[in-house]
Design a binder for this molecule. Structure first.
Ligand SMILES: Cc1ncc(COP(=O)(O)O)c(C=O)c1O
Length: 401
């Protein structure tokens, strides 16, 4: 049998059963009880992803820090792995900020990059003076000046150019259509003047321009960094520049892993000589390929020429395939014989919405009710974005050692 492309991660068939690290996923699904979807995350993979990225960034610049974007997965044991490994954490709401503190992150290990900041949000920030704060609008600057006078602030900027997984427009945070994120070039002098007059010290710049980029998108990142230099030239002396997240991982057989050495070279080209600390704040890169979602087949039926496989979880527990057109490749947890025939199936969830499809027209060995499928690369933006739609939001999460 050919080695599947995803064996670059910690997943392997051993004696015909899919393992995440040393853990047999069929056993895990069974022991978790029936009827409950299961997320499993492999702690060693998360720690390894973090160390690999930290090394690549440290090799590019004089001073660096890696913050983990909590919005991608806030499972507390997983946060503990990253905290223990020495990561900082980026939060985007007061509740995420409090969860970071509860998990063991010190204030100075937390950065806050929110949007549409309210009075209540600003009051929570005022009670956490050690948290690094990035403001993404003039309105939030005014609010912080009033409720947390004298505070140091970073400005989230919008360089007017974005990138994302392949040509997926749904994942771009800048460029193309106008987005709500960040302070645009024409607003930037106004923001600097406003901060100065309000007694706020601007000590950092932050930008996040899209999600899921791989090596083919690095030339765009190079152009984004060049635009950021224009902002840096206008800014007062800075303590940090945060390059955001967005580093992607392979999602299909035709994706190659992001070439971190080339990414590092692009970072070095633009920021290698700066004295400020260069930060990144990825979510997916650290956690996505550590996780699988296990769902049980409950229906196999031909309808109008399409063979549907129904499973016990829907888009409300992982929205990426339905909402962002991002693939989560399904793999049986018990391997079929290498010679077993495959057939094309469409995998559907258990939510009464037409877009509740996990995968269309994918080739899989024969499936029967009771079989379990592992959806790969489910560690980011799955559990964290889940909802109770149709009151079918229950799942269990495991951090595997
Ligand atoms: C401000 C900010 N930083 C970091 C991230 C993390 O992005 P990713 O998981 O693609 O690395 C996001 C994602 O939405 C974001 O909005």
């Amino acid at each position: 049998m050919n080695t599947p492309w995803w064996e670059r991660t910690d997943l392997r068939y051993r004696r015909g059963r899919l393992h995440l690290g040393t853990h047999d996923l069929a056993n895990l699904a069974r022991s978790a009880g029936t009827g409950t979807p299961v997320y499993a995350y492999h702690a060693p993979r998360i720690a390894a992803n973090f160390r690999r990225l930290r090394r690549a960034l440290a090799a590019a610049v004089r001073q660096s820090r890696v913050f983990y974007a909590m919005k991608s997965n806030r499972f507390v044991p997983l946060l503990g792995v990253l905290c223990g490994a020495g990561a900082g954490v980026d939060v985007c709401s007061p509740e995420e900020l409090l969860l970071a503190r509860q998990t063991g992150f010190r204030e100075d290990q937390i950065s806050f990059t929110g949007t549409s900041l309210s009075e209540d949000d600003a009051r929570v920030l005022a009670r956490h003076p050690g948290v690094i704060l990035n403001c993404d609008s003039l309105a939030s600057l005014r609010r912080i000046a009033r409720l947390a006078p004298g505070r140091s602030v970073g400005l989230r900027i919008n360089p007017g150019l974005g990138l994302g997984y392949r040509s997926n427009r749904l994942l771009r945070y800048a460029g193309g259509d106008v987005t709500k994120f960040g302070i645009y070039a024409e607003q930037f002098p106004v923001a600097l003047a406003l901060a100065r007059e309000a007694g706020l010290r601007v000590n950092g710049l932050h930008f996040h321009t899209g999600c899921g980029f791989l090596t083919p998108q690095l030339p765009v990142l190079d152009r984004i960094f060049a635009r950021v230099r224009d902002f840096i030239r206008q800014a007062p002396p800075l303590d940090y520049v945060n390059l955001g997240g967005g580093l992607g991982i392979p999602l299909t057989a035709s994706d190659a892993p992001l070439d971190l050495a080339r990414w590092s070279a692009v970072v070095r080209k633009h920021f290698g000589r700066d004295r400020f600390t260069v930060c990144v704040e990825p979510g997916d890169y650290l956690v996505k390929d550590s996780g699988v979602l296990l769902l049980e087949v409950n229906t196999v039926e031909e309808k109008a020429g399409t063979r549907f496989v129904g499973v016990n979880g829907g888009f409300n527990i992982h929205i990426e395939p339905a909402f962002y057109e991002l693939p989560l490749e399904p793999v049986p947890v018990v391997a079929a014989a290498a010679s077993a025939p495959t057939r094309r199936v469409t995998i559907a969830g258990n939510i009464n919405e037409a877009l509740d499809i996990w995968a269309r027209n994918v080739r899989l060995p024969r499936l029967a009710e009771g079989d379990v499928l592992a959806f790969l690369n489910a560690g980011g933006y799955g559990a964290a974005m889940s909802s109770q739609h149709c009151l079918r939001g229950a799942f269990r999460e495991y951090l595997l050692p």
